[in-house]
Design a protein around this ligand. Structure first.
Ligand SMILES: Cc1ncc(COP(=O)(O)O)c(C=O)c1O
Length: 375
């Protein structure tokens, strides 16, 4: 029953044949890499470019505006340290208290050296996500850069991106968006509304592997960025060996440095190809159908729902507040023993149905949850 009752798409996405596809792609890589000829680069560099192109389709991003990074945190660091100091020094960087904590850790660590003040929009008393209204109120003209979290990882609240970006443009700020929690499930376009940078990983709704993050930077911003970690791959011609003639590539490649770590991108290509071949409207409709059933189930058990009910205000998950008397790790373990795969953040039970999850899986959740709560 596990596949049908797999609810971890906010963490690791699964699709039919994923294990087989990764094994085949990695076996292929091993053969190329382990064969004593000179065919390696001609094989793996185009494969990395294919990974980037598949991501460009998801983002509707222009050629030369997307590159690989290890994680969202690392990609955000790549961008921040490359910005002209005028965007950060003496300015405010704005973020919500419900951002992915790793991004907040990074901003805290960079604030003093880069001379910016970090302003964190707080949660209201008892709330689990930052209200758009509060974020907008805090977004004043001194904000040099704002990081928007499109969908929260602990409530699945989705911000009104259009309204946020429109306001940010009036404030003259750089605007970045972390799309990790809904990329590949809910349509996203770097041009609508137009954002300055975008970050994601591949491992959630796209079902890829860890280490396969992406950084998009607007072609308008790229020429102004000077990455500190310059290297041979950040040049237009990586084979320029003249140490007196270094020049950044005109496009996103300037964010590359030394030999790119391609393995995670290669391992993720089959998943991205699978995703590209799907009917995306059908994927979303299936998620909407199953999340509606989970919301009904939560209501029938009188479990508080932390996720907004309106479809246009939520990502792909339903997050429930468990009673304090039932420790979440125990509830998760009980569900697992009953063939239902979930996780929790604190007392928040996270439920994200994707392509493998079925209505029978939600029914099983409904059967197991009442007893799982009796711990
Ligand atoms: C909103 C959001 N951002 C980022 C991440 C992951 O960040 P990183 O790739 O730096 O581990 C997650 C992971 O769950 C997330 O939910």
């Amino acid at each position: 029953m596990t596949a049908q009752a797999y609810f971890l798409y906010h963490s690791i996405g699964m699709y039919p044949g994923k294990a087989r596809d990764i094994a085949a792609r990695m076996a292929d890589f091993a053969m190329v890499w382990g064969t004593p000829d000179d065919a390696q680069w001609a094989d793996i560099l185009p494969a990395r470019a294919h990974f980037i192109d598949l991501w460009r389709c998801i983002l509707n991003a222009a050629p030369g505006s997307v590159t690989t990074c290890e994680s969202v945190t690392q990609g955000f660091h790549m961008l921040l340290q490359a910005l002209p100091s005028a965007h950060l020094a003496g300015k405010t960087v704005l973020v919500g208290a419900d951002c992915f904590p790793s991004n907040h850790f990074l901003l805290q660590s960079m604030a003093a050296r880069h001379g910016f003040a970090l302003k964190t929009v707080p949660l209201r008393q008892g709330a689990a996500h930052v209200e758009d209204e509060d974020f907008l109120d805090a977004w004043t003209p001194d904000v040099g850069l704002a990081l928007l979290t499109w969908v929260s990882s602990t409530t699945s609240h989705r911000i009104n991106l259009r309204a946020m970006v429109a306001h940010g443009r009036r404030m003259g700020s750089l605007i970045g968006v972390d799309i990790t929690q809904a990329a590949g499930l809910i349509p996203f376009d770097v041009h609508a509304p137009e954002v300055d940078f975008t970050l994601s990983t591949s491992l959630k709704w796209m079902c890829g592997t860890p280490g396969a993050g992406i950084l998009y930077v607007s072609p308008r911003l790229i020429p102004h960025c000077h990455p500190e970690c310059a290297g041979w791959f950040s040049q237009d011609n990586p084979f320029n060996w003249d140490i007196t003639r270094f020049a950044f590539a005109p496009d996103i490649r300037r964010f590359d440095s030394g030999t790119p770590g391609v393995v995670a991108a290669l391992a993720s290509v089959p998943a991205l190809e699978w995703h590209a071949a799907q009917n995306h409207a059908a994927l979303l409709a299936q998620n909407r159908h199953l999340t509606a059933q989970i919301l009904d189930l939560a209501d029938s058990l009188a479990l508080p729902v932390l996720t907004p009910r309106a479809e246009d205000q939520r990502g792909g998950s339903v997050m429930l507040r468990l009673p304090d008397v039932t420790p979440a790790p125990q509830v998760v373990a009980n569900l697992r023993a009953g063939g239902v795969i979930t996780d929790a953040r604190g007392q928040t039970l996270r439920l994200s149905p994707g392509i493998l999850t079925t209505a029978e899986g939600v029914q099983l959740l409904g059967q197991k949850l009442p007893s799982a709560l009796r711990v």
